[in-house]
Design a protein around this ligand. Structure first.
Ligand SMILES: Cc1cc2nc3c(=O)[nH]c(=O)nc-3n(C[C@H](O)[C@H](O)[C@H](O)COP(=O)(O)OP(=O)(O)OC[C@H]3O[C@@H](n4cnc5c(N)ncnc54)[C@H](O)[C@@H]3O)c2cc1C
Length: 313
């Protein structure tokens, strides 16, 4: 049902035009799938964000936050209500105090890694080659295994988080309240505005060398040949990572429509051109069923499905 004209006008006025209606989400996800966001808004200040939340509350619209769209699987039906994108330069801040960086939720991770390297601050090298933005990396506790096998995660370097709740209230929480765990946090429902990161001063050349090495490692081991959302499933264990299980279940290259299990990294589903979310969901179910039959392991999704039942409530 189209939005009431008065509501569209109000949203347009609040955001000075940075709002779009029925915006295709495939334009905002790295997998290039997903139906329309009913309202797509890019606030340019915290005050604007608060006013958008107040309108959503008044109109009983669900609210969803999207960063770089690098870990999303958006249904073909699209996302009802308000989708907030923290992409405006207002949310790109990156300020140094001693060995700490205060990083805006909208800052692309690639820029963050470059800035930390220029500042001679170590601790973020593991994010080299991880697409997305700071808010998404904090919410997901994005992490990677080093080429020497050690696991590094965003939560390891977070000291505190500034965020806004759905009622527009600002909160500043220490790391221990964020509930960081493997590829998740307890921040669902909150809107991350800024993260305070505690880093370690180091030699710029050495940091740059590690960034280069890890970036090359990622390019070698992950599939960058076609659109994807990175790893689809969480790794059930270190001994039996999801990609290994999928591979051994004989699914490398297996396809539903234009959604295929990557031949380079079996935990990636790639969009070989024009896949719909329904193709991806069918493929996910097939993978789960075959891995369960063969190994008795129930794979859990890492990718965030939108809309999801608890989101925005
Ligand atoms: C090729 C490729 C390789 C990848 N490799 C890795 C990897 O090595 N390690 C890894 O961990 N991930 C990896 N990913 C996944 C992805 O890069 C990370 O999960 C990243 O942190 C997602 O950030 P984003 O800004 O794109 O978040 P989005 O995908 O936009 O959102 C992810 C979740 O975070 C929430 N969110 C986003 N912004 C905010 C905010 N400001 N406040 C509150 N919630 C928010 C969303 O609602 C959603 O639930 C890869 C993805 C691709 C495509």
């Amino acid at each position: 049902m189209p939005l009431k004209a008065a509501l569209s006008d109000e949203l347009t006025a609040v955001t000075a035009g940075r709002v779009r209606f029925a915006e295709p989400m495939r334009l905002h996800t790295t997998m290039r799938v997903g139906g329309p966001a009913e309202v797509w808004a890019e606030p340019q200040s915290e005050e604007e964000l608060r006013r958008l939340l107040a309108i959503a509350d008044q109109e009983k619209m669900p609210v969803t936050v999207v960063g770089g769209g690098a870990n999303l699987l958006v249904r073909d039906e699209g996302i009802p209500g308000l989708v907030l994108h923290m992409g405006h330069p207002f949310f790109h801040g990156c300020r140094r105090e001693s060995s700490r960086l205060f990083v805006g939720a909208g800052l692309p991770l690639e820029w963050l890694v470059r800035r930390a390297t220029q500042e001679g601050l170590s601790g973020l090298e593991f994010l080299a080659g991880v697409p997305g933005r700071m808010g998404g990396a904090v919410r997901m506790n994005a992490g990677t295994h080093d080429d020497d096998g050690a696991l590094h995660q965003t939560g390891d370097v977070v000291r505190s988080i500034r965020m806004m709740d759905r009622q527009g209230q600002l909160r500043h929480i220490p790391k221990k309240l964020a509930g960081f765990a493997y590829r998740t946090s307890r921040l669902e429902g909150a809107i991350v505005l800024e993260a305070e990161l505690e880093l370690v001063p180091g030699d710029k050349e050495e940091i740059a060398g590690r960034v280069k090495r890890l970036w090359e490692y990622k390019r070698r081991t992950q599939d960058w040949s076609a659109p994807s959302s990175g790893c689809i499933f969480k790794n059930p264990s270190k001994e039996q990572p999801a990609g290994w299980l999928i591979d051994r279940a004989g699914l490398k290259g297996f396809s539903v429509g234009c959604a295929s299990v990557s031949r380079i990294h079996s935990n990636f589903i790639i969009n070989t051109g024009g896949a719909g979310a329904s193709d991806v969901f069918k493929l996910i179910e097939e993978i789960r069923a075959r891995v369960d039959r063969r190994f008795g392991v129930k794979l859990e999704l890492e990718v965030q499905v939108l809309p999801n039942e608890s989101e925005g409530k």
